[in-house]
Design a binder for this molecule. Structure first.
Ligand SMILES: [Ca+2]
Ligand SMILES: [Ca+2]
Ligand SMILES: [Ca+2]
Length: 135
């Protein structure tokens, strides 16, 4: 009986992890959420996301020219999203472009469209993409 319980627990835990390898572990999502949730209401709103994104942008902009190129971004923006993230197609991302792209991804993560991202939404593959842009 005890063995059966362990085995079924194992299936429950491993199943989703194997199916969606890019999703975020619950523990990581929880720690990311509490770091981003500066007003401590249990969710991340767009203001909090943009504040974190802006701070990360400044950190990544090593040469301080106000833009990020592919090298500085280190794969944070998936290739398929460059057309969206870089609408003027000059191969670099200004802070305005970065923040409006973050808003785009934020809306994708906010599945129930309530304007905030909760822990469950943050654990989705889109949530993982958003986290890459924020920290
Ligand atoms: Ca919050
Ligand atoms: Ca650009
Ligand atoms: Ca939401």
């Amino acid at each position: 009986m005890a063995i059966l319980t362990v085995a079924s627990l194992g299936t429950v835990c491993l199943g989703p992890a194997l199916l969606a390898t890019t999703s975020v572990s619950p523990a990581f999502a929880a720690s990311a959420l509490s770091a981003l949730d500066t007003d401590k209401d249990g969710t991340v709103d767009l203001t909090e996301a943009k504040a974190a994104a802006s701070a990360l942008f400044d950190k990544l902009d090593k040469d301080k020219d106000g833009t990020l190129d592919r090298k500085e971004l280190k794969g944070r923006i998936p290739e398929k999203d460059w057309a969206v993230a870089d609408p003027d197609n000059d191969k670099t991302i200004t802070k305005d472009e970065y923040l409006s792209y973050v808003e785009d991804v934020f809306k994708r993560v906010d599945k129930d469209n309530d304007g905030t991202i909760d822990a469950k939404e943050l654990r989705s593959p889109a949530g993982h993409e958003l986290l890459l842009l924020l920290r």
